[in-house]
Design a protein around this ligand. Structure first.
Ligand SMILES: NC(=O)c1ccc[n+]([C@@H]2O[C@H](COP(=O)([O-])OP(=O)(O)OC[C@H]3O[C@@H](n4cnc5c(N)ncnc54)[C@H](OP(=O)(O)O)[C@@H]3O)[C@@H](O)[C@H]2O)c1
Length: 344
């Protein structure tokens, strides 16, 4: 049994980790932290977990207690893992961070986008970007994993086959992305109120969103050259889901894109390339650790449109984190993650 600790257990990604790990045959959650709910039983706060965590209560974060775990997930705002990861690693505990703390390899760039100095630049050299479809071999040997963000997961998985094959004009890539409101976390914010986010849709951070440097870093690696990316996120009135509509101009129209995508993801348990002509829906991945993709070339032109959907809390966060844990501990990558999506 892998002994698991979770820092930030009352947030949306924290409770999603609990939901997924409740069904995991090889993992047991032994520590779960919350400063605001210390002492509260997990199943009192989250009745969907009644019957799964009979003796588990939230505790304040304590490094010594966490260091007794085999792995600690950070489901916390940025900056928290910077402060605690070093001590846990020194104690021999593996760290899987769902925040952005170790996603960018460049500490200066991180500081620019997050408005504070990087808190643990000495750990960046060993941090592995936890996108299994790209870094599976490095994840197996890692001690510190940076789980990709939600927009970055859907966007990179959609663009990767085109870029790795050298087929796209990398100077002009466009990612037009929509997110559900749970992407902003559980904390009270005016923009997340029902009356503000319901029955409406808006773009935000058009001049530059924190996920832009993360996506660009991944696409640069795939293309082997600089990329010019325009990334426009939107808030939509749904609870879960990311829908990325991706545009790229192809330099060779003769390549069979359906075949290219199917071949790239043939051995990936959590990427589903849909039949030609499909339009994946966010509800088809709700609650499941799956990225569903369809590739189109409207009117046979040179502009390719890739549609990529995920559940932001599953393949976009906690599911991907558990997938990383499975790889890290030499378990079957699909353990605890093979259930189908909820529909309708
Ligand atoms: N929501 C998504 O769809 C999504 C997707 C991918 C990645 N992420 C990333 O995952 C992380 C968690 O997101 P979330 O949406 O679950 O956030 P959230 O709902 O706001 O929850 C944050 C959690 O962190 C705890 N926390 C806050 N400050 C802390 C501190 N200084 N020390 C220890 N614990 C602290 C909170 O509990 P207490 O305050 O009670 O301690 C709470 O349990 C964020 O970095 C986010 O960017 C989120």
């Amino acid at each position: 049994m892998v002994k698991v600790g979770i820092v930030g257990g009352t947030g949306y990604t924290g409770v999603e980790l609990l939901r997924l790990l409740a069904q995991h045959p090889q993992a047991e959650v032994v520590v779960i932290t919350s400063r605001s709910e210390a002492g509260t039983r997990v199943d009192e706060m989250y009745p969907n977990l009644r019957g799964h965590y009979d003796n588990l209560s939230f505790t304040v974060p304590d490094t010594q207690t966490l260091a007794a775990c085999d792995v600690v997930f950070f489901a916390t705002p940025h900056g928290v893992a910077h402060a605690l990861a070093g001590e846990l690693l020194a104690a021999g505990t593996k760290v899987i961070d769902l925040s952005a703390d170790f996603r960018l390899q460049d500490a200066e760039e991180w500081a620019k986008w997050y408005g504070q100095p990087h808190g643990a630049p000495e750990l960046l050299g060993e941090a592995v970007y936890g996108l299994p479809e790209v870094n599976r071999e490095q994840i197996k040997k890692a001690r510190l994993i940076a789980v990709p963000g939600c927009y970055p997961t859907a966007t990179q998985l959609g663009f990767l086959p085109l870029l790795e094959a050298g087929l796209a004009d990398t100077s002009r890539l466009i990612a037009d992305c929509k997110s559900g409101v749970s992407g902003a976390g559980r904390g009270a914010k005016v923009g997340s109120l029902f009356c503000e986010a319901g029955e409406s849709m808006m773009a935000y951070s058009v001049k530059g969103h924190r996920h832009l440097p993360e996506i660009s870093q991944g696409l640069r690696r795939a293309a082997g050259s600089d990329v010019g990316l325009t990334f426009v996120p939107h808030l939509t009135p749904m609870i879960r889901g990311i829908h990325s509509t991706l545009y790229a101009t192809v330099v060779d129209k003769s390549v069979n894109l359906q075949e290219l995508f199917e071949k790239r993801y043939a051995n990936e348990p959590f990427v589903d390339v849909m039949p030609a002509g499909s339009h994946p829906e966010t509800r088809s991945v709700r609650g499941a650790n799956v990225c569903r993709i369809a590739v189109h070339r409207p009117q046979g032109g040179d502009l390719v449109v890739v549609l990529s959907v995920i559940d932001n809390l599953v393949k976009g966060a906690s599911g991907q984190a558990v997938q990383n844990m499975n790889i890290l501990f030499g378990l079957d990558e699909r353990l605890g993650l093979s259930h189908a999506a909820l529909l309708p």
